[in-house]
Design a protein around this ligand. Sequence first.
Ligand code: HEM
Length: 171
Amino acid sequence: MTRSDDTDKTTFLDPVNEKRSLHLTESKIAFAGHPIHAMLVAFPIALTMCVLGADLFYWWTGDNFWVTAAGWASFGAFAMAVMAAITGTVELLMVSGIRNRAVSWTHFILAMTLLSILGLNWLIRIDAAEEAILPLGLAISFLAAGMTAITGWHGGKLVFDYQIGTKDDGS
Ligand code: HEM
């Protein structure tokens, strides 16, 4: 998008600066001003890495302790990701400056893909926790860890690059 002024100088317009509603990005799902989504995401991130670690320790040692640990961690990772996704989605739908940014929807798609992987990683362990680990469970745990890293990194990008979820008076 360009605009020509009287001296025929062409300047580029930033649509984000032009449209003030895009500045309304402050988190609404917050506790004492702190976004709850940001507090929750640490849990699925850490628990997903725990599942991968437990699967690897089971492969290395054959100790059944790691089967139980991986099973509970996979449940916790999925459950806490669902909680994080609920707070994130309410934020996405309620706050115009978040809803109107394409980058927020990219995060939504990444997170939904991650939720499917985390759900699958838990489901395959429900009836056959030990048999599920090698090789399928371990492979899904690697995929989940990679997808968590991408989604978490992208969430950080929302906040630190695009100021989504932060207070902004638009000036
Ligand atoms: C549908 C699901 C999700 C939606 C709609 C969503 C949306 C958002 C939004 C709007 C923000 C900006 C901060 C805020 O307003 O709270 C954010 C930040 C973030 N999200 Fe999500 N999110 C979802 C799921 C997830 C999941 C499952 C993860 C776990 C990997 C995640 C990781 C992050 C991280 C790490 C941040 C940066 C937090 C910070 O540093 O303050 N998100 N997300």
